[in-house]
Design a protein. Structure first.
Ligand SMILES: Nc1nc2c(ncn2[C@@H]2O[C@H](COP(=O)(O)OP(=O)(O)OP(=O)(O)O)[C@@H](O)[C@H]2O)c(=O)[nH]1
Ligand SMILES: [Mg+2]
Length: 583
């Protein structure tokens, strides 16, 4: 049951890593780490999964006497003992003839496995596996041992007095300490002495086995050289008793639980490693705040940096504005166009409409910049793009420094950046167009309109006064009362009419908004709006990534909690087990 639950947790972890990898938050290495966790369980070997035999494997260097011990236990030769090294090249699984095997897991190299059924009721609850050595020149032996180890519950680590510091075996003991139950056997004890046992026990304690089951055995065949000598100390019977004890329900369950617990701990470690790289909410908030802050500073910098291109572009309008004659001429064709539309508002004589009309004509007439036209300024340039790319670099670095997997963030920012130029330029163009169409406030437009009317009305009124004076003077002269009007009158009248026109005209010109300034202000406002839209686009790209990371994190935290809850409770002082190391 527990294994089913663990299998489902492994399947969910796999699905989670696949989903997170699709968004760039996990890498193939995470998937490999997950795949590297052992899945095969010893129970998978047997048809009876409720009450399977305990798999006990004899493990160690070449020639230490593994095969000799297995044969001695079963009181028959199931595995060949030899003088050539190594002798054993396959796994011999000695099981009681009543035990039924299941279809063996596909990852097991069954071509190098041999089944040896026996009839010894003493070993009914145990499957004894004689393994090849782990340290000979034949590297395939080590690979075969590694392939079978996930199926093993209890490892009998056999060493000899001269080889108990065996490198490979010792490394595997440290690596797999928590995945199995352990019994240690110093075989060939006829060649050993007491100090070696003490030393080996000390090594085991340092490796985390606080109270290891350590036995000495001697399987030396009786021959001429041993005949008549005192038999060396041999704890073979105790070894058999310890294996029998390990196979009893309580101990066997504890050994299986420890292995399951280790697998789930490894699974939890993989999940928490991935979770850490998704970034805590507080870390993402720091990245976001820093991005906002950088954007504010950058908006100021870009506004300053693009001031010159804005002024340069605005000068296009100054060229047309400086010469009043072309503007005055420009007024004329603007009117018929408005007259053609009788249902619309009366012709607007304000400077605003005339300026807009002038610019439209200029654009239509080819007064266009190389980049696109007076009304389509390309103010945003490569420098501004580079500044935003630098901002993206800084935000990415900040995320990385906080341990966040920054790939998805970088990609999202990269996707958003190329649109900045179009966004900003279109805002500038829009602001320019609208600015030219309605350049000033309502009061200023009213004054401008009044002055425009006065430019026409005051000279007419002055002319009327002059005409009245001329008629009156003439009538008086004809009736003989007074002389005819003289040159002084003509001169003063001309000056009077001139002043009546010049005064409102000068005021009108003085108060009229200048095209260059209108264009500059409009483009500045447009750039400001463009920058805030670019900033908003970048922030929303960041938010999107932040949201996805948060969702993946939530599922990972939930999964991690389930894995922790599923981890079987183990007694660290249980026999055969290595004391657990802190997480
Ligand atoms: N002196 C002595 N010789 C032993 C003892 N046990 C086994 N031998 C001998 O050591 C040699 C190797 O024994 P094996 O049982 O084949 O050793 P193994 O660990 O299975 O070796 P590989 O299959 O090569 O890994 C044989 O010649 C055995 O007779 C022992 O306790 N004392
Ligand atoms: Mg052997």
């Amino acid at each position: 049951m527990a294994t089913n639950r663990a299998d489902s947790l492994f399947a969910r972890a796999e699905a989670w890593i696949t989903a997170a990898a699709a968004d760039g938050f996990c890498t193939p290495i995470d998937a490999q780490r997950l795949a590297a966790i052992e899945r095969t369980a010893s129970d998978a070997l047997f048809a009876d999964t409720e009450n399977p035999p305990l798999v006990v494997a004899f493990f160690g260097g070449t020639g230490v006497g593994k095969s000799s011990l297995v044969n001695r236990m079963l009181d028959e030769t199931v595995s060949r003992v030899g003088v050539e090294r190594p002798t054993t090249h396959e796994v011999t699984l000695a099981i009681h003839r009543d035990v039924r095997l299941a279809a063996l897991p596909p990852e097991l190299p069954v071509d190098r496995a041999r089944m040896a059924p026996h009839a010894s009721d003493r070993w009914r609850c145990v499957a004894l596996a004689d393994m090849p050595d782990v340290d000979s020149a034949d590297a395939r032996n080590l690979a075969l041992v590694r392939a079978w180890l996930p199926c093993v519950n209890l490892l009998v680590y056999v060493v000899s007095p001269e080889r108990y510091r065996d490198d490979i075996g010792w490394r595997m003991l440290q690596e797999r300490g928590a995945r199995h139950g352990w019994i240690f056997v110093l075989n060939r004890w006829d060649e050993g002495h007491a100090a070696q046992r003490e030393q080996f026990a000390g090594m085991l304690r340092e490796a985390g086995f606080l109270n290891p089951v350590l036995l000495v055995t001697s399987c030396r065949p009786i021959d001429d050289s041993t005949a008549g000598k005192t038999a060396p100390p041999d704890e073979f019977d105790r070894l058999c008793a310890e294996i029998q004890s390990a196979a009893q329900a309580g101990n066997a369950d504890a050994i299986r639980r420890a292995a399951e617990s280790e697998r789930l701990r490894e699974l939890a470690a993989v999940i928490s490693g991935c979770t850490a790289r998704l970034g805590a909410p507080a870390d993402w908030m720091r990245v976001r705040e820093s991005c906002e802050h950088r954007l504010q500073n950058l908006e100021v910098l870009i506004a300053q940096g693009l001031e010159w291109p804005i002024r340069a572009h605005a000068r296009l309008f100054a060229q047309r504005d400086a010469n009043w004659i072309p503007n005055a001429q420009a007024l004329l064709p603007a009117r018929p166009a408005l007259r053609d539309a009788p249902n619309e508002h009366p012709p607007d004589t304000t400077e605003a409409s005339t300026s807009a009309a002038t610019i439209e004509r200029e654009v239509a007439g080819g007064l266009a910049t190389a980049e696109g036209g007076a009304l389509q300024p390309r103010i945003w340039d490569a420098w501004a793009d580079a500044e935003f790319a630098t901002l993206a670099d800084a935000v990415e670095l900040e995320a990385r420094n906080l341990g966040i997997q920054a790939g998805p963030l970088r990609r999202a920012l990269n996707d958003a950046l190329p649109g900045a130029a179009d966004l900003a330029n279109s805002e500038i163009a829009r602001a320019l167009r609208l600015g030219l169409a309605g350049p000033s406030g309502a009061m200023r437009r009213l004054i401008s309109r009044l002055l425009g009317a006065l430019v026409r009305l005051l000279p007419l009124a002055a002319l009327a006064v002059v005409a009245y004076s001329i008629v009156r003077g003439y009538l008086r002269a004809v009736s003989g009362n007074l002389g005819f009007l003289d040159v002084n009158f003509a001169l003063h009248s001309a000056l009077f009419v001139l002043i009546a026109w010049l005064l409102p005209y000068s005021l009108h010109r003085l108060l009229r908004p200048r095209l260059e300034h209108i264009a500059e202000t409009a483009m500045r406002n447009g750039l400001r709006r463009g920058l805030s839209r670019v900033g908003a686009t970048l922030l929303s790209a960041l938010d999107e990534v932040l949201l996805r990371a948060g969702q993946h994190r939530e599922s990972a935290v939930e999964l991690g909690a389930e894995v922790a809850a599923a981890e079987p409770k183990c007694d660290p002082s249980a026999p055969f087990l290595r004391a657990r190391r802190p997480r």
